[in-house]
Design a protein around this ligand. Structure first.
Ligand code: HGY
Ligand code: MN
Ligand code: MN
Length: 409
C-alpha cells in the first residue's frame, strides 16, 4: 500500500463535515433527524464522494447510504466502516458524520489499489433516536432487527414505515438491508464527545467498551385547574411532581459512581401560564458501564416517581423506549487496531465510551472496534462540538495501517 497523504485527507474530512453541516432542517443550526428532507442533499454529497473514491453506492430501505469498494477477487469478505448522519437538534458538525467521511477518506487513500477484502462504508440513517424516541434504526436494519420499529410514530403521528415511504423508499424491502456477505468486522471512528482524551492531552483513543443505556418515558398525570382560584393545598400539579422527581434523579445519580441520568425532554399540558399543569411527560436516559447498577438505578427512579405520585394524588405511567446492555468491543479486532496504532508510532488510551454508538448494535452480529478522536472542550451534542484536524490526520494514519493489518491477516 502506497504512502497516503493523511494531512491532505484530514483537511478534506473537515471540508466534507462543513458541507454536510449545511444540510439542516433549522436555518442557522445543525439539525438533521431521521430521513428529514435535508438528508436527500446529504446523500447527494456523500454519494459523489463515495463514487469519486471508487465505490458502488446504493440506499437501502432504512435510508442507509452504502458504498462498496470491491475486493481484488469476487466473493471476498468485507470490512464495514461508517457511522450515522442524523443529528440531535442544534448539534455539532462532527458527531457521526466525521466517522463516515473518514471512512470514505481511507478508501480514497487506497487510490484504486485493491485489497483481498471488500470495504463497505455505511452512512447510517438514524442513530440518535430523536424523531421516534428509539435509536439505532439504521444499524438495526443491517442486523435484521429494524422491522419491530416500523409502526413507531413520531410527534406528528407519522410511522417509521410512512417516513420511509415519504423519503421515496420501500419499507417492504427492509429485510434486504440485512448484511448477507461474510464480514471481517465493523470499525467506527467517532469523536469521544467527552473530556477524557483532552484532559490527558491525547488526540486518539481506542474504545474497549460502551456503557449500557436505558431510555424511558414517564408521565405524571394530575388535574389541570385555574392558577388563580386553586389554593396550593388543593392542587394536583403534575409539573411540581416532575420537578421534585427530577431533582431526586440528579441527587441519586450524583451519589452513585459511574452513573449518569438525564431528563432531556419534557412536555407540559395544557401548557398555559395561568393553568395548573395537569400532565408532565418526560424522557429519562440512564447509563452505567455495569448493567446491574444501571437496572437498579432505573428501578429506584421508577419507585421514587411512584411514591411522589401517590403522595401528591397523581397518576404515574411509564414505558421503556429502549434498553441496551453494555457492549465489549471485539478483542481480536481491537488488538489489530491497537497494533496498527503502535505500528505508526501512536499509543492511544484504551477507554470506555459513555456515549452510545452504532457499534453497539453491529456488535450483536459482527466483531467491532472503535477509534475515538479528542473532543476539544469535552463538549458534544452542541454547536461548539469540535475536532482538531491534526487528530483526524493521526486517526487516518492508524486507519490506513489498520487496512494494511487486515490485508496481512
Ligand atoms: O446518545 C448517545 O449516546 C449518542 O450520541 N447517540
Ligand atoms: Mn454519534
Ligand atoms: Mn450523538
Amino acid at each position: 500500500m502506497q504512502r497516503v497523504d493523511t494531512v491532505r485527507l484530514a483537511q478534506r474530512c473537515m471540508e466534507m463535515c462543513d458541507a454536510l453541516a449545511k444540510c439542516t432542517e433549522e436555518e442557522g443550526h445543525i439539525t438533521r433527524t431521521f430521513l428529514a428532507e435535508p438528508t436527500h442533499e446529504a446523500h447527494r454529497l456523500l454519494r459523489a464522494w463515495m463514487e469519486q473514491a471508487g465505490m458502488a453506492v446504493q440506499v437501502d430501505a432504512a435510508g442507509n447510504l452504502r458504498g462498496v469498494y470491491a475486493a481484488e477477487v469476487g466473493n471476498a469478505p468485507r470490512l464495514l466502516m461508517g457511522s450515522h448522519i442524523d443529528t440531535v437538534p442544534d448539534a455539532g458538525a462532527y458527531d457521526g458524520v466525521l466517522g463516515v467521511v473518514m471512512a470514505i477518506a481511507l478508501v480514497e487513500g487506497l487510490a484504486g489499489g485493491k485489497l483481498n477484502y471488500a470495504i463497505e462504508v455505511v452512512a447510517f440513517s438514524e442513530e440518535e433516536g430523536v424523531r421516534f424516541g428509539v435509536p439505532f434504526l439504521g444499524s438495526r436494519a443491517l442486523t435484521g432487527d429494524a422491522e419491530p420499529l416500523l409502526e413507531r410514530a413520531d410527534a406528528d403521528g407519522i410511522s417509521v414505515r410512512q417516513a420511509i415511504r415519504n423519503f421515496g423508499l420501500d419499507p417492504e424491502r427492509l429485510a434486504e438491508a440485512r448484511v448477507q456477505q461474510p464480514v471481517l468486522g465493523f470499525m467506527e471512528m467517532h469523536i469521544e464527545q467527552g473530556p477524557v482524551l483532552e484532559s490527558l492531552g491525547q488526540g486518539v483513543g481506542i474504545v474497549e467498551a460502551i456503557v449500557g443505556q436505558s431510555r424511558l418515558q414517564l408521565a405524571f398525570t394530575g388535574r389541570a385547574n385555574h392558577a388563580g382560584t386553586t389554593p396550593m393545598h388543593l392542587r394536583q400539579d403534575a409539573l411540581v411532581a416532575a420537578a421534585e422527581w427530577i431533582a431526586l434523579v440528579e441527587r441519586e445519580a450524583s451519589a452513585t459512581a459511574g452513573l449518569v441520568a438525564t431528563v432531556g425532554q419534557m412536555q407540559v399540558k395544557p401548557g398555559a401560564g395561568n393553568v395548573v399543569p395537569g400532565e408532565a411527560v418526560m424522557s429519562l436516559d440512564v447509563r452505567h458501564a455495569d448493567d446491574t447498577e444501571r437496572r437498579m438505578a432505573v428501578e429506584l427512579f421508577l419507585h421514587r416517581a411512584q411514591e411522589i405520585a401517590q403522595r401528591r394524588g397523581l397518576m404515574l405511567t411509564h414505558s421503556i423506549r429502549m434498553e441496551h446492555s453494555a457492549v465489549q468491543m471485539d478483542v481480536a479486532l481491537t488488538a489489530r487496531l491497537e497494533a496498527a496504532a503502535h505500528a505508526v508510532g501512536q499509543h492511544p488510551l484504551c477507554m470506555t465510551s459513555g456515549a452510545g454508538h452504532d457499534a453497539m448494535v453491529m456488535a450483536q452480529q459482527f466483531p467491532v472496534a472503535m477509534l475515538f478522536l479528542r473532543s476539544p472542550g469535552g463538549i458534544s451534542h452542541h454547536p461548539e462540538e469540535a475536532v482538531l484536524v491534526e487528530d483526524v490526520a493521526a486517526a487516518l494514519e492508524i486507519g490506513c495501517q489498520f487496512l494494511q493489518e487486515l490485508e496481512n491477516r
